[in-house]
Design a protein around this ligand. Sequence first.
Ligand code: HEM
Length: 388
Amino acid sequence: MAANGKPKEDWDPRSEDVLRDQRAAYDEMRERCPIAHSEFMQWSLFRHEDVVRALRDHATFSNAVSRHLSVPNGMDPPEHTAYRRIIEPYFAAQRMDAFEPACRKIVVELLQDALSRGETELTAEFAIPFAVRVQCAFLGWPPGLHEPLAHWARKSHDATLAEDRHALSELAREFEGYVDELLEARLRAGAVPRDDVTAALMHEEVWGRPLSNEEVASILRNWTVGEIGTISAAVGILAQYLSQHVELQERLRARPSLVPAAVDEILRIHGPLVANRRVATRAVEIGGRKLSSGDRISLMWLSANRDGRVFEDADAFRLDRDPANNLLYGAGIHVCPGAPLARMELRVVMEELLGRTARIEPAPGKAAVNAVYPASGFTSLPLSIRPR
Ligand code: HEM
């Protein structure tokens, strides 16, 4: 304990050292101080075992981390269960199959541009535009929103890192503004559920009444964050990993059926999502540390999925690992509902990227730049891509 009665700081998640290479810093923390306290995050759980414990015990480790409405991310049962029931069908297999051609068209258009130049800064020229365009196509939103959404996602990232609560609530309002316009346009047009996903959500009911605009906006905001933040990071991580492992490119080109398992394994080694939050509902001891009721907790996905206690030789790419241990999409009642969409999108990106290139390599003389918390992946990823 420090003199002021607060737990002593074990680390600084925003120090330059940590931000420069989050994965290396978290690997070090997992071994040195697996349940660590900091002013910024309060408690961080770095070990696989402790993260799984929190996921399984949602009565003690609650998702009600914020005063603001967050559907369904910020909810516990029974509210959570009611909203999950509405959301899950939107990611059903038939919907994903129906959406795949539109998704592939976006990938091909964006790749053709990059291939014609032979070199690309993949984050700005492919990963972010891909995520934004796919999101709008999936929800039935107009292309005019591509740029504002990309800008909104950048501002959200900066406000989270700066812990700027005022900016974050302004951003939530800005997003509600976009959604209000989209909903009004559909109301004016008398849209029916089959018109698009946004119109369908407007007609959903919870507790025997229609979803409010605020609830629809919150659902869509959480999908947008999943899509734009996490998918764009995942695309960069996959492309960078391929550029560093030419033999894996060749193996996957020869056997494309390995792509889905390869995607999950690469993203286990280098996670696109850093952390999610919980709050303790009672005093609880974990790994010898005493947490009080009301304490905030971060589940450090990026670290848990690299825990050598569960993944032997954790940095090695191996397709024979038990997929049940991979926490890429979480586990338990909050497991990612968007995983079927994410898996389809990332498979299509990999199929086209590998199928249309002879070789993907780091661009000579240009270095990749790591993204910083709360993002993972790369803010800049210069690659040389040779067409077939
Ligand atoms: C590679 C891409 C993605 C990864 C790695 C990922 C990962 C995750 C993880 C680990 C969780 C659990 C969070 C927790 O336990 O607190 C989660 C939840 C969630 N994800 Fe994803 N996600 C991805 C893409 C998406 C997409 C594309 C969408 C929607 C379009 C989405 C929507 C959500 C939502 C709404 C939740 C909250 C679920 C709940 O609280 O019940 N995600 N995601």
